[in-house]
Design a protein around this ligand. Structure first.
Ligand SMILES: Cc1cc2nc3c(=O)[nH]c(=O)nc-3n(C[C@H](O)[C@H](O)[C@H](O)COP(=O)(O)O)c2cc1C
Length: 217
């Protein structure tokens, strides 16, 4: 599969089969993903791969924390966003709703509890960075995340990045023995898609590039 095909085909999957993913396959995906570039080649990423009963335990802890604290999937912007940006988020949520009504589940419960449960995926990957790094190194984490999603897709696996869980970093660190000196940047749910689940028919849209690109010549 060439890179363009992987980029075009990849999308977030929110219902997974419980079937385990062989550890060697996850290892190979991480080996390739970490060919990603990073500033001064510092490779600041740290991955915690959580499988099996430990993954179940982590999800139970996250769902409990979510029910107590009610921090939800929200943009987390520090200033008001332009209405056209807000509209993209609304469109994504509205686009999912018909599939969720087929499942008989309400949107907020599905997305928030589902994210805390890694949507049932057998593999949960927590990506951290040492707090010693500058925030500019967070770009490196974004790049390696993008590579990871694409390599997984080309290997026949599905993924969903899970940002919500960063709201529960304390619980994650406690559960997984991640030191206080690390920041949890993002989680990834990974596994085989549940093809019969209606939500996996949802595909998000993209604006045309003239919305994002300014040419100067
Ligand atoms: C940094 C980041 C955090 C995300 N966090 C979540 C999340 O917590 N829960 C979720 O269901 N999807 C999450 N997503 C998935 C996005 O909603 C998804 O990428 C977006 O709607 C575009 O859809 P696509 O991935 O199918 O192309 C996240 C994506 C990114 C890049």
């Amino acid at each position: 599969m060439d890179v363009s095909q992987a980029v075009r085909e990849r999308r977030s999957i929110r219902a997974f089969k419980p079937d385990p993913v062989p550890r060697e396959q996850v290892e190979e995906i991480l080996r390739i993903a970490t060919c990603a570039p990073s500033a001064i080649n510092l490779q600041p990423w740290e991955f915690t791969v959580v499988l099996g009963e430990e993954r179940e335990r982590l999800s139970r802890r996250l769902i409990k924390a979510y029910k107590e604290k009610q921090i939800t999937c929200a943009p987390g912007n520090v200033k008001p966003l332009p209405s056209e940006v807000i509209a993209r988020g609304v469109e994504a949520a509205e686009g999912m709703k018909p599939f969720l009504s087929e499942k008989g589940i309400e949107f907020n419960q599905f997305v928030n509890e589902g994210s805390c449960n890694f949507y049932g995926a057998p593999v949960a990957i927590i990506i951290c960075i040492d707090k010693a790094f500058s925030q500019s190194n967070y770009v490196d984490i974004g790049i390696v995340l993008g590579y990871l999603l694409l390599i997984a897709h080309s290997a026949g696996l599905s993924t969903c990045p899970i940002g919500l869980i960063t709201a529960y970093s304390d619980e994650i660190k406690d559960e997984l023995g991640i030191p206080e000196t690390k920041s949890v940047i993002i989680g990834v749910a990974m596994g085989f898609p549940e093809d019969d689940d209606p939500i996996n028919r949802f595909k998000s849209s993209r604006d045309a590039i003239d919305k994002f690109v300014r040419w100067i010549d």
